[in-house]
Design a protein around this ligand. Structure first.
Ligand code: HAM
Length: 428
């Protein structure tokens, strides 16, 4: 691509979010913040890039995200940094660095960078809201975390989605299962897709969630991890299932659910939208990572969390026809054709009084300004022409509904607009 074309467009797989779509983002993040904060999670802001080691150790060198997709670069001092491909490793790194009192419950909103093949719902910079709860092994915390995500989707109005849950076991029971699975699949090697045949020894678990026919056939009747759990993992999983049922959060066991990061232990889960194409239908996912704090240099500490893809949730909302978000229009649009200072000063006075007010610039004609006023969605136009300027008045022209046009003394116009505003900032 020529340099001048590159200078005028966002990089492949990234996108700008313009108003009014960005208003929906604000609404989504505010709704998430409210859900998370009511459950005791506080906002954590951490750097968008970390030493690459954080993700190499945390997510795992063998994972696709680190091995193939991470944006990694030496900075000008020769330090190897990486743009955050997900939120969890950074939160855990911050936990290890600051050792807050456990349980440490944090929520975040963050871009995440992955060099993927861009397509609808799959981007190189996507955005997540998420939570992490570090320092408690209690299965009731798993229930809290899963229910929080479920409640958030429902608050937006989504209903066409399913929750899949699995257990990845722990260090006591998983290695034996992985070995057994590896042996079974080695005997069916010829059925596997090229990618998983090549990576069978490194990670047989990944074959389980491969969607290709051969891998599907090879894993159709393999032993299930949930049937091979040690007693503590089985008891943990049973309590999670019981808790979700008790809270009325519908879920189904998916023994094939193997998420793409090495840090998962015990509970893993994913929410899939029924309204989006299968390849990109994961609208959120997460799980326990009881060894991650240790992997990043802290003491043995359990943790659990999830990440929710903002873009995908908004796609699901569009498909389900929910969570529309029309930004509130201005309360007033000042139309100044007298060339005095009214547009400047009256607009500022309206804003200082807490009103939403806008205006035109560059001395445009009455017709052009009225067009802008109308397009803005404002409830009223406040018109100052030569007559009004001379008389110290403003013409208040309703642009919506059937109110009458009237002339008001300049000193009273702010009060006049305030008095017609719907209560509590309700949108007209
Ligand atoms: P993840 O499943 O990789 O998990 O990402 C979470 C969500 O981000 C996905 O369910 C999806 O909605 C969205 N997402 C992922 N990749 C893309 C992409 N390329 N384009 C658009 N959306 C995408 C994690 O990131 C874990 N950190 C979740 C977690 C938190 N586990 C424990 N705590």
């Amino acid at each position: 691509m020529a340099d001048e074309r590159r200078a005028a467009r966002a990089p492949t797989g990234t996108h700008d979010i313009l108003w009014p779509e960005s208003w929906r983002w604000e609404g989504l993040v505010a709704a998430f913040a409210d859900e998370a904060e009511r459950a005791g999670y506080g906002l954590l802001q951490s750097p968008m890039f970390e030493y690459a080691e954080v993700f190499r150790r945390g997510i795992g060198e063998a994972s696709e995200v680190v091995g193939k997709e991470m944006y990694e670069f030496p900075d000008r001092d020769g330090q190897v940094l990486a743009l955050r491909p997900e939120g969890t490793a950074s939160v855990v790194r911050a936990y290890v660095e600051h050792h807050p009192v456990p349980p440490f419950k944090a929520w975040y909103v963050t871009p995440a960078f992955r060099h993927e093949r861009p397509q609808a719902g799959r981007y190189r910079q996507h955005h997540q809201v998420g939570v992490e709860a570090i320092g408690a092994a209690d299965p009731d915390l798993d229930v809290e975390v899963v229910a929080l995500a479920d409640g958030f989707y429902r608050r937006l109005g989504l209903s066409d989605f399913t929750l899949k849950v699995n257990s990845m076991g722990d260090e006591a029971c998983r290695p034996a299962y992985v070995e057994r699975l590896g042996e079974v699949l080695a005997g069916r090697r010829e059925l596997l897709c090229d990618e998983h045949r090549a990576r069978l020894e490194a990670n047989p678990l990944r074959v389980l969630d491969c969607k290709r026919d051969g891998c599907r056939a090879a894993t159709a009747d393999v032993p299930r991890l949930v049937d091979s759990l040690c007693d503590p993992c089985a008891a943990h999983f049973a309590r999670v299932g019981e808790g979700l049922a008790s809270l009325g959060v519908p879920w189904e066991l998916d023994h094939r659910l193997v998420r793409g990061f090495d840090y998962y232990t015990r509970t893993t889960f994913e929410f899939a939208s029924g309204a989006i194409e299968a390849a990109q239908n994961a609208i959120g996912g997460g799980g326990r990572y009881d060894g991650l704090v240790e992997m990043l240099g802290g003491p043995p500490t359990p943790g659990i969390g999830f990440g929710i893809g903002i873009e995908r949730v908004l796609i699901a909302c569009d498909k389900e026809g929910v969570f529309p978000a029309d930004p509130p229009p201005p309360d007033a649009f000042v139309v100044d054709v007298a060339g005095g200072s009214s547009a400047r000063d009256l607009t500022a006075a309206l804003r200082r009084a807490g009103l939403r007010a806008d205006r035109a610039f560059d001395g445009r004609s009455m017709k052009a300004q009225m067009k802008l006023a109308d397009r803005s969605g404002a409830a009223v136009a406040l018109i100052v022409g030569p007559g009004e300027l001379a008389g110290g008045t403003v013409t208040v022209r309703p642009l919506r509904g059937d109110g009458e046009q009237r002339t008001v003394p300049l000193a009273e116009v702010v009060g006049e607009v305030l008095s017609t505003r719907p209560p509590n900032g309700e949108v007209r």
